[in-house]
Write a protein of this length. Structure first.
Length: 153
């Protein structure tokens, strides 16, 4: 009789453990999901990088540069786009691109082999200074993406 109940008990325990594990995996994305933007005035124009990380695991990246002419007027904007999926493993964000699904005439940036992490303010910040969360790219085949730091909005 004990053997009969132990089998049922084990099934319940395994089900609960699987639910807890699945919930913890899904719960990590909202911490990372959001909009990250860097915008700056350069000597010869305006530059902006924007990464949108969706909770569902998709991403869209946009970089644009708007050069100024000699009179300070904006000329034609140059935009580059990239898209694909992302996931978190060991506090690192990994980006994956499907060459058939995520590329077209506008989306030409290949974020394969790109990794990033979140740079968060220290919990020991006793001064109360507002320090933004940054998405920091530390590895990428796109040379100008490596080292890019985007504050979370």
């Amino acid at each position: 009789m004990f053997h009969q109940y132990s089998s049922v008990f084990m099934k319940i325990i395994l089900t609960v453990l699987c639910l807890v594990f699945a919930t913890s995996l899904g719960a990590q994305n909202p911490d990372y999901a959001g909009i990250y933007i860097f915008k700056a005035d350069a000597e010869n124009g305006v530059i902006q990088h924007k990464m949108v990380l969706e909770e569902e695991g998709n991403f869209l990246f946009n970089a644009f540069f708007s050069p100024k002419d000699k009179e300070g007027k904006m000329r034609q904007i140059r935009s580059d786009y990239g898209s694909g999926t992302w996931h978190v493993n060991d506090e690192q964000l990994f980006f994956k691109v499907d060459k058939n699904e995520d590329f077209d005439k506008d989306r030409t940036l290949d974020f394969s082999n790109t990794r990033a992490r979140l740079e968060k303010p220290s919990p020991r910040n006793l001064k109360g200074a507002k320090i933004p969360v940054n998405l920091v790219f530390f590895d990428s085949d796109i040379p100008w993406v490596k080292g890019l730091r985007l504050p979370k909005q």
